[in-house]
Design a protein around this ligand. Structure first.
Ligand code: HEM
Length: 234
């Protein structure tokens, strides 16, 4: 490291060492992951397009070898964000535990303690879901995947074939309910933990967070639901 960069590096480490630094990392990586979930949902909703090949053309665009660098850059950013998000959450959780006197429960902290507890079990389940999901629809390790050609996955067929298995559809729907809870608590507590909270605005922030979380979950759940009920024709 150059001598000029060393003080900046030390300052960044000191910032991360403080609880607010970890909260900032949680917030920034949370926003990146939320943006991905939103973008991914908008891409997936193309499964309802009248032109059944629309979503496959979109997947072929993403998999075009000419854009492989960009694809891997996004994958790298997501991977780093997930690792930092999980690491900071565990460190914050153990800091909070260490700071909490045994047997002491402060009344007005109960809702945020409940939110934090919800995050600590919904988070690992969502992480397990993402691993299962990549094995299912990216690597084809759960069910065989169809391809229309090299780098052209038949996403429409793969999604419909997968959700025709009730256990797979059910697992996705349960994971999406947990994702809804996680997004709701994550979105509003993000404002709280970086100090942007005010009795006048918090109810509005919570309402917007609830609407965003419910819309994301409903959009995602609609896909296994319409497949399993036969509303999405193959
Ligand atoms: C019913 C809901 C969902 C459907 C139908 C769906 C569909 C898909 C499909 C078809 C792929 C493979 C895309 C391709 O190879 O071009 C994929 C990849 C992926 N999905 Fe989903 N997805 C859903 C929900 C989610 C959620 C909620 C998350 C995150 C929490 C997520 C994270 C990912 C990731 C990380 C990949 C791998 C991307 C890559 O290979 O670069 N998905 N999804």
């Amino acid at each position: 490291m150059s001598p000029a960069a060393a003080p900046h590096f030390r300052r960044a480490i000191r910032f991360y060492d403080a609880s607010i630094g970890k909260k900032a990392v949680m917030a920034i990586t949370g926003v990146i992951l939320f943006a991905y979930v939103l973008g991914h949902l908008l891409g997936n909703l193309q499964i309802y397009a009248a032109d059944h090949d629309q979503i496959n053309r979109y997947a072929a665009f993403l998999h075009d070898p000419a854009r492989a660098g960009l694809l891997w850059a996004v994958r790298g950013l997501l991977f780093i964000s997930v690792v930092l998000h999980i690491t900071a959450s565990i460190q914050l959780w153990s800091l909070n535990r260490a700071a909490r006197p045994i047997g002491y429960v402060k009344k007005d902290n109960v809702p945020s303690a409940y939110a934090a507890r919800t995050m600590m079990w919904s988070g690992p389940i969502i992480a397990a879901f993402v691993i299962f999901h990549i094995l299912h629809l990216t690597t084809g390790s759960v069910l065989p995947l169809e391809e229309l050609g090299p780098n052209r996955p038949n996403v429409r067929a793969n999604v419909i074939n997968g959700f025709q298995h009730p256990a797979v559809a059910a697992a996705y729907m349960v994971a999406m309910v947990l994702l809804c809870l996680h997004l709701y608590h994550g979105l509003w507590s993000m404002f709280q933990s970086v100090g942007l909270s005010h009795p006048r605005y918090t109810p509005g922030i919570k309402r917007v967070a609830a609407i965003a979380a419910i819309l994301v979950a409903a959009g995602n759940i609609s896909i296994p639901l319409t497949v399993i009920t036969g509303l999405l024709p193959d």
